[in-house]
Write a protein that binds this ligand. Sequence first.
Ligand code: DGL
Length: 271
Amino acid sequence: MSPIGIFDSGYGGLTILRTIRQLMPQYDYLYLGDNARTPYGTRSFEVVYEFTLQAVNRLFLEGCPLVILGCNTASAKALRTIQQHDLPQTDPSRRVLGVIRPTAECIGNITQTRHVGIFATPGTIRSRTYDLEIAKLHPDIKVTGVACPMWVPLVENNEAHMPGADYFVKQKIDELLALDPQVDSIILGCTHYPLLMDKIQQHIPSGIKVIPQGDYVATSLQYYLQRHPEMQSRISQSGTLRLLTTEQPEQFNESAAIFLDHPVDAVRITL
Ligand code: DGL
């Protein structure tokens, strides 16, 4: 088996796995959630890099020729160093891709006002990776980022549909629109946030588009594999899914089933 590896600090990357699998069900997939050490969003650059590298190496060891960091925080803080420093030493024929670039690419066709908002973890916002990537591709777009440190814990603790979530969601929408009232499109720059979509839609003024990134990441991966037949041919195609977690699997299975809409049977590993 040489599956596509998908990594996240916890459950968030399952929103990416889900859309990728919907588009390309033929491939084998191996998901790794570092649930024992989630969240990453409030951790330093060094720690996110160290944890992400451990996860990537584990997915390589499991036979993945290609790993997707289904986590914006890891994509913002660890991807470049892994691509430029670690991969050339460990195995230059393998690839690690992130979720920020494909999301930045799509936004140019979505915003009319050229004012875009980002909701993401404190780590992603502080890294300014979205600002830099969007500026490279669409220099006319003004980007305003707001960190939402409470949103990942709400999702991880199954509180996303509870009344308490309304307060934290509305608070951040108000903060963003006060900073830039001309925003017409908001990127959910954290793979956990699509689970809060119902609440976000309830509180967002009509006319503002909310953009989960799963579909764009999936389409971009499909296009990448078309352009790289040497990588595409290395990925096994039996349509299987295996899940690994660094926490006890019982809790993971319960929550992951909500993200994926079907029962799962994860295996616990240590990194
Ligand atoms: N899902 C991750 C992301 O996309 C962040 C979750 C965390 O803080 O660990 O940024």
